[in-house]
Ligand binder design. Sequence first.
Ligand SMILES: Nc1nc2c(c(=O)[nH]1)N[C@H]1C(S)=C(S)[C@@H](COP(=O)(O)OP(=O)(O)OC[C@H]3O[C@@H](n4cnc5c(=O)[nH]c(N)nc54)[C@H](O)[C@@H]3O)O[C@H]1N2
Ligand SMILES: Nc1nc2c(c(=O)[nH]1)N[C@H]1C(S)=C(S)[C@@H](COP(=O)(O)OP(=O)(O)OC[C@H]3O[C@@H](n4cnc5c(=O)[nH]c(N)nc54)[C@H](O)[C@@H]3O)O[C@H]1N2
Ligand code: SF4
Ligand SMILES: [Mo]
Length: 805
Amino acid sequence: MSATGTTSPSGGNAEADPSPADVTTALRICPLCEATCGLSVTVTGGRITGARGDREDVFSQGFVCPKGASFGELDADPDRLTRPLVRDANGTLAEASWDEAFAAVAAGLGTVLADGDRDSVAVYLGNPNVHTMAGALYPPQLLGALRTRNFYTASTLDQMPKHVSCGLLYGDPQAIPVPDVDRTDHLLILGANPVDSNGSLATVPDFPGRLKKLRRRGGRLTVVDPRRTRTAKLADRHVAIRPGSDAFLLMAMVHVLFDEGLTDPGPLGEHLSGVDEVRALAADFAPEAVEDACDVTAEEIRSLTREVAGAPSAAVYGRVGSSTVEFGTLTNWLVDVVNALTGNLDRAGGVMFPLSATARAPRTPAPGKGFALGRWRSRVSGHPEAKSELPAAALAEEISTPGEGRVRALITVAGNPVLSAPDGEKLERALGGLDFMVSLDPYLNETTRHAHVVLPPARPSRTAHFDFAFNALPVRNQVRYTRAVVEPGGDEPTESEIMARLMLCLGGRPDAAPETVDAAVVDRTLGKAVADPGSPVHGRDPALLAAELTGRDSVERRLDMMLRLGPYGEGFGARPDGLSLAKLLAHPHGIDLGPLRPRLPEVLRTRSGRVELCPEPLALDVGRLRGALERRASRDGLVLVGRRHLRSNNSWMHNVTSLRGGTNRCTLQVNPGDAARLGLEAGAYARVQGAGGEVTAPVEVTDAVRTGVVSLPHGWGHDRPGTRMRVAAAEPGVNVNQLLDGSLLDPLSGTAVLNGFPVQVTAVTAGNAVTAAAVAGGAVTAPATAPAPATADRVPRTPPEAGRT
Ligand SMILES: Nc1nc2c(c(=O)[nH]1)N[C@H]1C(S)=C(S)[C@@H](COP(=O)(O)OP(=O)(O)OC[C@H]3O[C@@H](n4cnc5c(=O)[nH]c(N)nc54)[C@H](O)[C@@H]3O)O[C@H]1N2
Ligand SMILES: Nc1nc2c(c(=O)[nH]1)N[C@H]1C(S)=C(S)[C@@H](COP(=O)(O)OP(=O)(O)OC[C@H]3O[C@@H](n4cnc5c(=O)[nH]c(N)nc54)[C@H](O)[C@@H]3O)O[C@H]1N2
Ligand code: SF4
Ligand SMILES: [Mo]
């Protein structure tokens, strides 16, 4: 195993001295959040011993956060699996060879598929899929081969409302405009906390620094959030809205825009349809009509609207807190409606469509096929599909409800839905009843412990990185690629190789070479390209083009092909200065492709060829919003919202010692007024009850949350037996999603309502019958006896049911 540097002039990874004591530096793009910072890592004897921001990175320019700085520690986590696990005849998971593991996958999936029901195999793709090359390259083929309708991802726990609203507005669910943070005069953020999360659906390295720069250059920052977050603290104006009511606020802003004659779409106007329909829909939502529902005064709504409309440029940006809510799709739509009506859609300083180096090259604008929703429905509850996905919240019932079409096998890739999705206990019971489950994951965790086969990918230091997903969302167009920092050993397949072999298992060829999967894609893609009159390679011989591809493995050759055919590509000789893998390797710190540029109408794929500002499904859903207005104003119970911590990442980074502790704890934040009313004391325990169960967590009294709102972070609850995340298990926290029963969804997108749902909170006192076990199970304090570290070869098949506390 040799450490390799990526800073040689060739950009390649010049072979370094193989001596284990040798210290080299190498570049690696950080895969831990959407900011995609360039890291410069120190490698000592094949191990990462340091990580800092790469100052020469064309995009992140040296920025790094505590998670990126802990890249080496995460990479070397001793709890990370290094060999596959296969469940033996006794039902215990034991280490096996890769060939044995793939044989077990081929047999397990083969048996279920042999019955001829393609929907019986479900796929769940978790969040890190968007942070790996493999997650972009193989799932489309995997799903194409399976042709299952049981396709689930973390998107329906996150951003599906944005895909649906963009699909309807622009005809393409991937056409997501991002706030032009560096040039805007006014940034209005709803339900996002980029100072801690570093942004999402907006790839913005050093988001906090850029917000400070915005303020310094005289721009305004407004933050709408029921919590006074670290982002809100940077703002000129913080609007502590009542959770779940952003759709009302934005509707009222639209109302004011029309009412006060502030609409001014500018040059965008000629590409817009549906403006009058939107005006009519907003008629009922005057600020005075919504102020009680939002708990924001009509006066403040009006002045906020005037500020946004009056700014030379403004960008409205909403994320998780505006998405995983009852009116998530409406809210995401209204964000872009305000952007469009104020002329800020597709202009510098507004929100803009990035252009990735591996995207399809721009074409002459023309009407497209549009975006269809609800082409099929889920078997049990009849949820409509969105983007071919069914709601993650419905996976459990699709497994556990008998009948034709029942899910009997599950493939999870980089997902932990037992903690991330509503009602993990129900999902766990369902997983226990599967005929077969395979998980591609480095950890034995709350979800993967149910698998029959666990396939751990090579650690990130041994994996190349290219951001297929996030290069489509950057605040500035750019392209970067980093090769593996340490050469993978022979028995450490990369995620790409594992995914390719998984595909081959489906075809009954578990032992075929993984490269054949990539070669087939290359053949198909080039075959299409040469047949396309708009392509620079039109009419050429695909076999000769394939022979031109460079790269040291089949994945790199695919990347080379995508770069060459892409919008900045060299087009196989057609544009000699253009991009190719070789060119990218010659620029190890990346290539800046310039500021975002207007892209309308070329991005549009709607049937009309216009921005359809008032699509019918959304117009209909406004009826539901109107109905809720009455009920809302009078509601006075407590609702729960989530939060993210800078040193945490969903459910899977609680195992990194240096990121733990301090303020990164699973506490229930309560406003002092509510605490006094409910008799809750700081440090004492509170019982939180919701429709799906209850949890017990320590109370943190803070005026950072508004009244009527409590906050508990997600991704905790590491107290299950049979997992192997020893550091996380020592301080497990509680699973906030156990408070949900999975029935509360944004109906258009199938996205779970994870924010702004009703809870009851009571103080836990000696007298009110909370058992010691309940507190220990849910406590954040280390239980007297930490769960024994589960060894991989002693994991019970059906874990004892956790039972609700
Ligand atoms: N209450 C509440 N719930 C939430 C949220 C919330 O705000 N509040 N947020 C939601 C959001 S935004 C999201 S995205 C979802 C996330 O939902 P999931 O994606 O289901 O959950 P994660 O916790 O991100 O789990 C990631 C899994 O990937 C594994 N992993 C890490 N790196 C790799 C890798 O390189 N390869 C592979 N194969 N596996 C890897 C980890 O071990 C872990 O098992 O959670 C959602 N759940
Ligand atoms: N450090 C860290 N970084 C992360 C992650 C992490 O877990 N930790 N996760 C990554 C992932 S998967 C994602 S998707 C992104 C998410 O990135 P963000 O969307 O920035 O993340 P959150 O911190 O969940 O911000 C949501 C905010 O919405 C607020 N909120 C809740 N309900 C409402 C509401 O009804 N209205 C309004 N206006 N606000 C509301 C919450 O108080 C919270 O501050 O972060 C990514 N980056
Ligand atoms: S901000 Fe995100 S990408 Fe940058 S170092 Fe931190 S975790 Fe990595
Ligand atoms: Mo997410």
